[in-house]
Write a protein that binds this ligand. Sequence first.
Ligand SMILES: O=C[C@H](O)COP(=O)(O)O
Length: 251
Amino acid sequence: MRKKMVAGNWKMYGNLLENKQLLAALVAELNGVREDVIVVCVPYVYLPSTQNELQNTTIAWGAQNVSQYEKGAYTGEISASMLSDFQCKYVIVGHSERRMLFGEDNDVVAEKYVAAQRAGITPILCVGETLEQREAKITEQVIEQQLMSVINVAGIESLSKAVIAYEPVWAIGTGKTASPEQAQEVHAFIRAGVAKQNLGVANQLIILYGGSVKANNAPQLFAMPDIDGGLIGGASLIASEFITICRASRH
Ligand SMILES: O=C[C@H](O)COP(=O)(O)O
């Protein structure tokens, strides 16, 4: 039986005071009451305060990006070992906003994935197609390419220390969620692709769905056999929504 996981991606929102209130609410409602994995991925600068609020709780924290380089003259970049200094357990790599707005291609994403694992951090690898690609019926090719560029570099076994998040770009922040059936179809495709190479890894692989997940649609999505939880954007900033979504991951 795979674990369920709900990860919040705060993106570039929040401030010290709001974060403190949000985290206090999550701790009050979720700490110690679940055996599933709950994570918040916060902006870099809030890692120390988040660590402070969440240490000694069952809620984990992570970052939203990481440099592919270990160290060097890379102004403005943050390395995986720096994230480790703040006990980050997870880092999102290849989010579509990074791919589209900051020019990260499949090769860079693969390097970031490797850099995270080298530092003992679990990458949450995001994959997903645009609306144009879906309409052109190349969703599976796009996802396969995104996955294979990582597997070719890091090996199939590396997925036993990773999480995949399927996030159709057309569903992110748009209020347009993939239907549970649409999402399940892609999740099953991903798992079957991994299973062809390593059945054991495929069976244990956590595959999250992301894209306009809210308290009211999470139960239907999380009930699908290959959807192991969610990567939540906007709704992760609202305590009551996020708590309800976390509770929905248990069924
Ligand atoms: O990482 C999270 C996704 O981009 C989903 O964002 P959203 O829940 O605001 O649509």
